[in-house]
Design a protein around this ligand. Structure first.
Ligand code: GDP
Ligand code: MG
Length: 196
């Protein structure tokens, strides 16, 4: 069967957002956390650009499945050449989108399993909780990079994070499909329509 995901557009300003109200699922996290790689595996198509060096573009990238729903690839945060103070103030595009967009359905925040939740992630979570009422889910990426000796300790920490924040938790790796399958099911199940 043909894969019906496609690149819709890249928005650099609020006026550039798609005009209709098809449900949107946000994927966000620190630069290099593995957002684009995960999106590509989730949709089974290489639409999102991945790279070894953290990106600098401040744009929202929209990938769409038929006329049913979209994934929004958010600009990564925490890239070091921006001062900490500046990072804390959300970019106008991001803030405007999060505050005004009515068709946001869920938010997925990604964290590197090796580093878990860093101070900058906390700032982002707090800002989100202030301006957003949509469901936030946590994804811990790059599970394959955790040494087996550390696994138990890390999993224990993640469990505590789950309790502290009361969020759904997913574990993913580009080298292993189970976590991605679970995430895909969760995403598709939350849509009213039957897809793929
Ligand atoms: N080992 C491993 N590397 C990953 C994983 N996910 C992403 N990467 C690598 O991390 C780098 C950044 O990935 P990318 O998807 O571009 O991150 P983004 O900046 O969050 O979109 C790339 O070199 C990826 O190949 C993973 O699950 N395991
Ligand atoms: Mg990316």
């Amino acid at each position: 069967m043909e894969n019906e995901w496609f690149f819709l557009k890249e928005a650099h300003s609020l006026s550039g957002l798609p005009a209709d109200n098809i449900p949107e699922y946000i994927f966000w996290g620190r630069s290099n956390v593995g957002k684009s790689s995960l999106i590509n595996l989730l949709i089974k198509k290489k639409l999102a650009k991945t790279s070894k060096t953290p990106g600098r573009t401040k744009s929202l990238v929209f990938f769409q499945f038929k006329k049913i729903f979209r994934i929004v690839d958010f600009p990564g945060y925490g890239f070091s050449y921006i001062s900490k103070e500046k990072i804390i103030k959300l970019d106008n595009l991001i803030e405007g989108y999060l505050k005004k967009r009515e068709n946001i359905k869920k938010i997925f925040l990604l964290f590197d399993s090796r580093h878990l939740i860093k101070p900058i992630d906390k700032v982002i979570i707090e800002s989100l909780l202030e301006i957003q009422t949509n469901e936030i889910n946590f994804i811990f990426t790059k599970v394959d990079k955790i040494k087996s000796l550390e696994k138990k300790k890390i999993n224990e920490k993640i469990k505590n994070i789950s309790k502290d924040f009361n969020k759904n938790i997913f574990h993913t790796s580009i080298k292993e499909s189970n976590g991605i399958i679970l995430l895909r099911k969760f995403l598709y199940k939350s849509l009213d329509k039957k897809v793929g």
